[in-house]
Design a protein around this ligand. Structure first.
Ligand SMILES: [Zn+2]
Length: 240
């Protein structure tokens, strides 16, 4: 009998029955590095694997993650933070226009508060997503009442979906700034379609209502986030 190097319980097989730690952990050597790099390049696990799976079968991938299969997929909050960073860095480097809707101020009058808030969201799209997700999760919880997923599980669902949407925006923005072809604005529609499809698939592919609710919770989420944001600004301006 050996004892586990991690939790000190007795081990009779190659892995600890208590915590799953291997009896003789492999040393990190050249072989280990080669295997690690190969699995990343082959899209077998990690960041690229996660992106691939999220584009091909978002609903199943995220459901499996939530139900417990978490070996190959990147952790959701890390995923959203990394994709937001990738977006923000690419946007600063290539200077593509972040405005989700172009708003031209023709008269020099004061810009309405809603538009100003909207512009802040557009300019800070990378971080704003992390806020918007909180609101969309609330609406999903309201609209899919029969399902037993808790708020945190839904939040995880959205971290994955929004992360992949951000990558879509990054890709379109990169193409636009390299080719000068105005493709970035298509991102709004694509991301709307992708999000609707992914949420619907997560809650059940066959029921069409799941897609309708997905679309609704996405739109309501963005609108309510904007509304709360505007309300806070009005409150702060009244106090000052
Ligand atoms: Zn153990």
């Amino acid at each position: 009998m050996n004892t586990c190097q991690n939790c000190n319980s007795e081990i009779s097989s190659n892995f600890c029955q208590n915590c799953g730690y291997p009896r003789e952990p492999k040393r990190i050597n050249r072989q280990y590095i080669i295997e690690e790099v190969r699995s990343v390049l082959n899209f077998e696990k990690g960041f690229f694997y996660t992106i691939k799976e999220l584009f091909l079968r978002p609903g199943d991938t995220i459901r499996n993650y939530i139900l417990g299969d978490r070996r190959k997929i990147v952790k959701p909050i890390v995923f959203l933070i990394v994709t937001s960073l990738v977006y923000t860095i690419t946007q600063r480097l290539l200077n593509f226009e972040a405005g989700l809707i172009q708003y031209n101020v023709e008269n020099s009058g004061e810009i309405p508060l809603v538009i100003r808030s909207y512009e802040w969201f557009s300019a800070n799209y990378g971080y704003a997503n992390i806020l918007i997700v909180i609101f969309i999760a609330f609406w999903i919880k309201m609209l899919y009442r029969k399902h037993s997923y808790n708020y945190y599980e839904i939040y995880i669902l959205l971290c994955f979906i929004m992360g992949n949407s951000i990558l879509l925006y990054t890709l379109l923005g990169t193409i636009e700034s390299l080719t000068n072809y105005p493709i970035f604005q298509i991102g709004i529609i694509l991301s709307l379609l992708y999000t609707t499809w992914a949420i619907g698939q997560f809650f059940g592919k066959r029921n069409k209502m799941n897609y309708v609710k997905g679309l609704l919770s996405y739109i309501l989420g963005i609108l309510s986030c904007l509304a709360v944001f505007v309300a806070i600004i009005i409150g702060v301006e009244m106090l000052l």
